[in-house]
Design a protein around this ligand. Structure first.
Ligand code: AMP
Length: 112
């Protein structure tokens, strides 16, 4: 079980921002910005590179959920960044697809 599956199963705690039958969004335990939320599919896709056409609707839902998170946490005016880390060079550390939503500070570009 991935750590995010354990959060979905409520076996470990998380500060949940939003969830429905397909996705869950919760605050990152080690935030990289004043707002740092992870949007996670309840069904495991290990990483974006392993998604298939069968995941199309779920992938769309993940992105639409980032908008819900942004609205709930008052990021729509100030702006925010949506990030997916895929594989070692990107720093992926949990093999369960997740979309980072970062905001409430000025974010540098390109990322480090
Ligand atoms: P990534 O490096 O893209 O795989 O992102 C994994 C993220 O999961 C990191 O930002 C971690 O801080 C975060 N993380 C790991 N364990 C937990 C947890 N139990 N609750 C919330 N966030 C977590």
């Amino acid at each position: 079980m991935t750590i995010f599956e354990k959060i979905v199963a409520r076996e470990i705690p998380a500060k949940i921002v939003w969830q429905d039958e397909d996705v869950i969004a919760f605050h990152d335990v080690n935030p990289g910005a004043p707002v740092h939320v992870l949007v996670v599919p309840k069904r495991v896709i290990p990483r974006i590179a392993e998604s298939t056409a069968a995941d199309q609707a779920l992938l769309g839902k993940l992105l639409l959920t980032t908008r819900i998170v942004a609205e709930k946490l008052d990021l729509l005016t100030s702006g925010y960044r949506v990030v997916i880390n895929n594989g070692p060079d990107a720093g992926e550390s949990v093999p369960h697809l997740h979309v980072h939503v970062l905001g409430k500070r000025k974010l540098g570009w390109p990322p480090g």
